[in-house]
Design a protein around this ligand. Structure first.
Ligand code: ZN
Ligand code: ZN
Length: 142
């Protein structure tokens, strides 16, 4: 398993500081997951579009969702070879506030990657206050 996250979103190259919210590795509609450790990723709804190993010793990584193309898949594999866990920001992942479009505080039902590269699942939290934008009526401070 990678020991750190990538520095930027695999699709748009924004940093986490630029976007806020969480680093998403897997949602139902879009993501990637190392096949051997896929325990809590939601089952890929649209089906796996590609399964490929970053190198000869590593298990296959599965990709799903319509944002992937040859270039982004190749970038993701290069990140994994460099011991970094690829992720996508909440803008690319579509986890945005319904009121103002800022990233939500949680990426409901997604797998996210922490500062140590570990992937965890974010539960679906039933609350209306979930926005990261302090001026939004749906703002949640933490
Ligand atoms: Zn992005
Ligand atoms: Zn908002």
């Amino acid at each position: 398993m990678p020991s750190q996250p990538s520095t930027h979103c695999i699709f748009c190259s924004r940093s986490l500081a630029e976007v806020g919210g969480a680093r998403i590795t897997a949602s139902q509609n879009l993501g990637l997951s190392i096949r051997d450790v896929r325990s809590n990723a939601e089952a890929a709804k649209g089906g796996i579009i590609r399964a490929v190993s970053p190198d000869a010793e590593s298990p296959a990584v599965e990709f799903w969702g319509n944002l992937w193309d040859e270039h982004s898949i190749e970038r993701a594999l290069a990140e994994l070879r460099a011991d970094r866990q690829p992720w996508l920001c909440q803008i690319c992942g579509g986890r945005l506030c319904s009121e103002c479009g800022s990233p939500n505080r949680w990426a409901d039902g997604c797998d996210v990657v922490g500062d140590d590269g570990s992937v965890t699942h974010q539960m679906i939290v039933p609350t209306s206050k979930r926005c990261t934008n302090p001026t939004c009526s749906l703002y949640a401070p933490s």
